[in-house]
Design a protein around this ligand. Sequence first.
Ligand SMILES: [Mn+2]
Length: 297
Amino acid sequence: MFFSPAVINMKTPNYFADTGSSFNDADFVIFSVAYDKTYSFRPGAKKGPAQIRNVSWNFESFDIRTGVDFRNINVHDYGDLNVSDMKPEKMIETVKGFTSHVLSKKKIPICLGGEHSITPGIVYAFPKDICVLSLDAHLDFRNEYRNEKHNHACATKRISDYINIKNIGVLGVRSAEKEECEDAKKVGLFFKTSFEIKNKGLKKILAETKKFFKDKQMYLTLDIDVVDPGYAPGTGTPEPFGITTFDLLEIIDFFSPQIIGFDVVEVNPDFDNGETAILAAKIIRNVIGNISSKKDG
Ligand SMILES: [Mn+2]
């Protein structure tokens, strides 16, 4: 395992930077689900949360781009849900239970994965009439994979068990098997490939996506493998021809006014020098900062 030079000499606290609030005082609750039991190519996503927390200490609390000072936002880091040994169904139940608790206290859940199999558990805690946007290199629309319905390759499909297909979208896709793709088209899943984003331009794709979702409250799930492996190589199933880090930022800024919950999954620190976790940590700060500015303004 390798660490970036920024991290290697530094003993950091085991919680996300600038999260000094108690659970009760917080507007945002960060928690992690260090789970990678259903991996398909290379395991290690359960190491993601610790690395993301570690590298979060790399940043200034002030964000020069947005003017947000993270220290002025009430964020609590709850820690890990300790589900790593559970079977997928039990893990999903546990994640749903915790997320329900967070939502019942009117706080915004921000989850660090773990692999994408954790996301349905979070989504099941929300009202059914929200929309879900997934940023992912993979369609994740298989009904089952390796005899497991809750495999990380089935995340979008499991979300569609609960959320109407008309309220689910995937951006940045560039990998699916043939039947999976046909099934998705047949049921009307909204998805745009990274190639369409490149060819038509992101602004146009964002406008089409907005037209699809309208102003519905949105749960955003970020599979870090949506970003090109050149920027984010630390992930379990890397797929070339991904979106750029600036594209990712633009998508998140665009939808922030309607985001009511967020996760970042599939960061696998075994396969890079810490840069993928650094990207994840920065994006988490951006999401929280954006939502917080909206609340204040
Ligand atoms: Mn993926």
